[in-house]
Write a protein that binds this ligand. Sequence first.
Ligand code: FES
Ligand SMILES: [Fe+2]
Length: 357
Amino acid sequence: MYPFKYKSSIVKNRWYMAAFSNEISRQPIERTLLDTPVVMYRKESGTPVAMYGLCPHRYFPLAKGRLEGDDIVCGYHGFKFSESGECVEIPSQEVVKARFCQPVYPLEERGPICWIWMGDLDKCDTNLIPPYHDFGLDQEGWYYSSENYFHLEGRSQLLVDNLMDLTHLPYIHQQLGEGGDTLKKIPIETQERDESYRILRKGKMPWNPFLALIFGESAAYEGLADFVHLSDFYGPELIKTSIPAITKLPNGEDVPKELGQMLILHGITPETETTTHYFGFSTRNFRLGDKALDVFQYESELQVRQQDVDAIKAVEERLDVAAKKHKELLAMADVPAVQARRKIEAMLAKENPILDE
Ligand code: FES
Ligand SMILES: [Fe+2]
């Protein structure tokens, strides 16, 4: 499947975002993750559970059933399953003869996010959850905001490609104005780190109205400021972009603490081979708890992400036919996207030996 040579383009052995923590409650929800229907709910203790979402009896969605303590009862004929997936009751008979277990999946709640592992159990290790310390989540002096979710009608790789090539900013996100234009012209550097594959852009940008909105009206400067812009590819499941961080003021002075870092996170979870759950959130280490900034940023991010979602949908609708007709024309700015594809291709090669015809 485009752009990979394997039948499936979904890497299984990763921790993916299954849900924001506040989505999972005592009311079961159903979400298809990695081409598999999953039901999620909380036990009485508050611990979240993820289980294969269809009842093995007649494939009724378990999310339409109800909880009894920590067990879930199917809403069709009342088969009951414990939190570990075991079928513990069939109301129409005295005993459950054959021992049957629904698959359950490791679900790890870390702060505002529940991560799910649907790959090989012998490879499941919570140390592989993306490194929160690297993007300010649940860290002292950092603030979490702008939680949002989009259903993307496109394969997850198109979102990875989109985030690894920010030269689309001045075209898809014209409202960002000069900021986007500046990034387009800056040469990129790349770094292989323990935590991520990093893309850096360093340059000068005019102090503009967008920066004033982010850093506050009092932070008003004239002229060109030095900045660094970082993107981090943690894996197919999470990418970080950011608002350019100012490293020197236009007047040459050092940057005050108030001009901190704002990071934009993109959780990417395949729903099917051609559709994706897109989870967005942001962290920052300045203007902590500033509601006016929260509102501005939330609205801005909704707009930006919707624009990407619309663009990717337009590509997905044409992709299968187009990719058979001609090869992609690649540009210099595609280096990070190509590199990310290589990394994903290597992950797929380990898991998925079946080549596409
Ligand atoms: S479909 Fe669930 S009990 Fe029959
Ligand atoms: Fe974008």
